[in-house]
Write a protein of this length. Structure first.
Length: 301
């Protein structure tokens, strides 16, 4: 990487650290939403830089669909033990058992959308007034409507027309009782920026981000990881492929990409040459043009 780009990464890092410290200063009960993916892992490193040698002023919160990649859960538990911070896990299965959400059926059934109810319950139970997330504005077009401090109403809903202006680096965290704010410290980062920062900082990641041999289900020209959670039919074809994952989500809606990239440098070059966006491997985003925006209005991450 050139010195110019390293300086640029330093600027992005400084901005993100400033935002995290603003969260600690403005809110009483913040939390860091942790998926076990590269963006939330990057947030953990930024939190370390913002608050060490002290403890984080917030717990990590993971919404577990029960259909996560085993590699992601194993990495999550290892990381939490290593950094010695609190982890709160909300289980979608608990929401199903309580009758708050209904398990989807059919070939394309996924628990991904059910996470919203579990997340809102966890926020309410713990009285979180701010939730830090790893969303970036380049990952999906609805994200570009977000502010860095993105207000949610007392129903947990996002209303894009009511977002506040943000001038310079001044962030308004004032909210009414029952409202909460989603905070996006890496909102100005791109996918390449995140990978370059991971390379620069030598951050460890779950193994599924790197090439590996896996049995996949070829479905609608997408390579889905074969698992007991995937409802297969006669049209689905099992194939053995060398793949990796660009994004980490529920196994029922996250597709792999054919890849030989086994180092971060190779991944960066692969992404630069790719004509598919990162979210292009998420089946749930293909439901409609406004799929992400609709879910965000309901309280999604």
């Amino acid at each position: 990487m050139s010195q110019y780009y390293l300086d640029y990464l330093d600027q992005l890092e400084a901005e993100a650290i400033h935002i995290m410290r603003e969260v600690a200063g403005q809110f009483e009960r913040p939390a860091l939403l942790f998926s076990g993916g590269k963006d939330s892992i990057t947030l953990v490193r930024l939190a370390e830089k913002a608050f060490r040698p002290g403890r984080f002023p917030f717990p990590l919160v993971h919404i577990d669909t029960g259909h996560n990649f085993p590699e992601t859960i194993a990495f999550r538990d290892h990381l939490v033990k290593e950094i010695g911070e609190e982890l709160i896990v909300g289980y979608v299965q608990d929401s199903i058992d309580a009758g708050k959400v209904q398990e989807k059926t059919g070939k394309y059934a996924s628990r991904n959308v059910l996470q919203t109810v579990t997340l809102l319950d966890v926020i309410q139970e713990n009285q979180f007034d701010a939730c830090i997330g790893g969303a970036r504005r380049d990952e999906e077009k609805a994200r570009a409507k977000e502010r860095i401090f993105s207000v949610r109403d007392d129903f947990g809903q996002w209303q894009p027309k009511k977002q506040r202006p943000e001038l310079w680096n001044i962030y308004n965290g004032k909210i009414n009782k029952g409202e909460n704010v989603r905070i996006f410290p890496i909102s100005n980062w791109t996918e390449i920026d995140v990978w370059s920062y991971i390379l620069k900082e030598q951050i460890a990641l779950p193994s599924i981000y790197f090439t590996h041999q896996r049995t996949c289900v070829l479905r609608d020209n997408q390579l889905m990881a074969d698992s007991p959670f995937l409802n297969k039919d006669a049209d689905d074809v099992l194939v053995e492929k060398q793949v990796r994952f660009r994004t980490v989500g529920d196994m029922t809606c996250t597709a792999a990409v054919a890849s030989e990239a086994n180092t971060i440098e190779e991944i960066i070059e692969e992404i630069k040459a790719s004509k598919t966006t990162e979210r292009g491997t998420r089946i749930d985003d293909k439901q409609s043009e406004a799929a992400m925006e609709d879910r965000k209005k309901e309280g999604y991450f």
